[in-house]
Design a protein around this ligand. Structure first.
Ligand SMILES: C[S@@+](CC[C@H](N)C(=O)[O-])C[C@H]1O[C@@H](n2cnc3c(N)ncnc32)[C@H](O)[C@@H]1O
Length: 455
């Protein structure tokens, strides 16, 4: 019971000692489902061995298996915390910040590159290799202390005393540049801002200004996070690669965007993909829905010959990459305006401003389609899911005074932007992102019959 939520779930008045057994039995039952799934597909269990699979093997499975996995993840945390006891669990939660030091060191000193892909290396030789690949002269004793903490978190291993080797997790950092950049983004770029979030809340309570954030305090400037990121080539590249890793996180894959909206109902419309980056989302939808056309708008900095040339020839007449700043008035008249992963990075008043800028181009029946996070009601989803979205919500506060939103918050944004936006609702059928939609009704919003959308 407790696993499905937190605040709304009433705790037992005096929980019986059997509670622990009950949770562990549920863990056992759900683990059994996973084991059967592995057997049925002839797969072995995940492990930390260097040759082990870098991803849990059943991620693309049926709903029952996926739910069992979510249950195991939530219940094991619950059992762990209960067995620790609240006092000790709290101490460990606070102490957890130290676990980021090895991650930071591994990224900065390029330790994954310095350790040989097979076999092992002594700490002294590792110090020499680190100097070679990263230029940093770090004593063996310091590498040892950070790496031994990393190993206590199942990152690298020490097969023979005094010798470091890769395991499956550390190899991922070597082989997956996007994931390594994800680690870099959080440890190099965001560690200070995370630490300054409360200071920003004290300095600018409730601010909706993009330049009154923990990033501004940490880096002593009044630029937006976006400009801060773009102002340094290394940082910009790290951010772009990290976003790729984010896009491939479970539940955030573009396949959910393609499958969860009834795109065919837009017939032969043009969809303007606002802040559509290099067009990867539009291209994925265009592949599946051959009657649709896309105009992918983004800032000039996102356009160069290389990216323009990356639209495959068979899509070139239906997917156009153009430049447009969404703070300027929209000039393209289209059937739909699509915002994926855009608005959570902006405070409410800025989102309203962006929506208003669409108005000159909107014609009767034009759609605004948002594909973004919708916050669950507290306690309505598993603790794992809840934590994913609450983390993103607080992170948005840290970097840009943006926020994740509940369904009612999205509706309010449209109401504040213009009464002619007729609310169509919000839904999610797969993945982590929801669809939120409004239709432009020149006659005044409310009278427009809702489109029968929920697929
Ligand atoms: C988080 S990415 C989302 C990209 C894409 N929609 C997706 O779902 O993968 C945000 C995008 O918004 C773009 N962007 C930021 N500010 C913008 C602006 N003022 N006008 C147009 N695009 C902007 C960025 O360049 C970036 O490509």
């Amino acid at each position: 019971m407790g696993s499905m939520g937190n605040l709304l779930v009433k705790s037992e008045a005096t929980p019986s000692a059997d509670r622990l057994t009950r949770i562990s039995r549920q863990i056992g039952e759900n683990t059994q489902i996973l084991t059967e799934g592995l057997h049925a597909r002839g797969l072995s269990a995940p492990s930390y061995e260097a040759e082990g699979p870098p991803d849990f093997p059943l991620t693309g499975s049926d709903a029952k298996t996926l739910k069992a996995r979510q249950q195991v993840l939530s219940l094991t945390k619950e059992l762990r915390d209960l067995v620790l006891g609240p006092r000790e669990a709290l101490k460990l939660m606070a102490l957890d910040i130290v676990n980021y030091v090895p991650l930071h060191a591994i990224y900065t000193f390029r330790i994954a590159e310095a350790v040989p892909q097979t076999g092992s290396i002594s700490y002294e030789d590792l110090a020499r290799q680190v100097l070679k690949v990263s230029g940093y002269k770090i004593p063996a004793s310091e590498l040892r202390r950070v790496l031994r903490l990393a190993m206590a978190n199942n990152l690298f291993c020490e097969p023979e005393l005094g010798h470091v080797a890769h395991n499956c997790t550390s190899l991922v950092m070597l082989e997956d540049e996007a994931l390594a950049s994800w680690v870099g983004l959080y440890t190099v770029d965001l560690f200070l801002p995370v630490g300054n979030t409360v200071t920003a809340m004290q300095k600018w309570p409730g601010s909706e200004d993009l330049t009154e954030t923990a990033v501004n305090i940490s880096y002593s400037h009044r630029d937006t996070f976006f400009h801060h990121t773009q102002s340094d080539a290394t940082r910009a590249k790290r951010y772009d690669l990290a976003m790729r890793a984010h896009g491939s996180r479970e539940g955030f894959d573009v396949v959910h965007t393609v499958e969860s909206y009834p795109w065919a109902k837009l017939a032969s419309a043009t969809v303007v993909d606002m802040g559509g980056n290099e067009g990867h989302v539009s291209m994925a939808i265009a592949e599946e829905f051959p009657s649709l056309s896309f105009e992918v708008q983004d800032l000039p900095g996102m356009r160069c010959e290389k990216t323009l040339g990356e639209v495959p020839a068979h899509l070139a007449n239906r997917v156009k990459l153009t430049t447009h700043d969404f703070f300027d008035e929209q000039t393209t008249v289209a059937g739909a305006y699509f915002f994926r992963h855009i608005f959570h990075a902006f405070p409410d008043k800025v989102v309203v401003r962006i929506l208003k800028k669409l108005v000159p181009a909107l014609r009767q029946g034009a759609r605004v389609i948002i594909n973004d996070v919708v916050l669950p009601a507290p306690g309505s989803v598993s603790l794992m899911e809840e934590r994913t979205f609450r983390l993103l919500d607080v992170l948005m506060k840290t970097v840009c005074n943006g926020r994740e939103r509940e369904v009612g918050d999205w509706k309010t944004l449209f109401e504040e932007a213009d009464a002619r936006f007729a609310w169509q609702g919000a839904w999610k059928s797969s993945g982590n992102l929801w669809f939120v939609e409004a239709v432009w009704d020149d006659d005044g919003g409310e009278k427009m019959a809702p489109w029968p959308l929920n697929p």
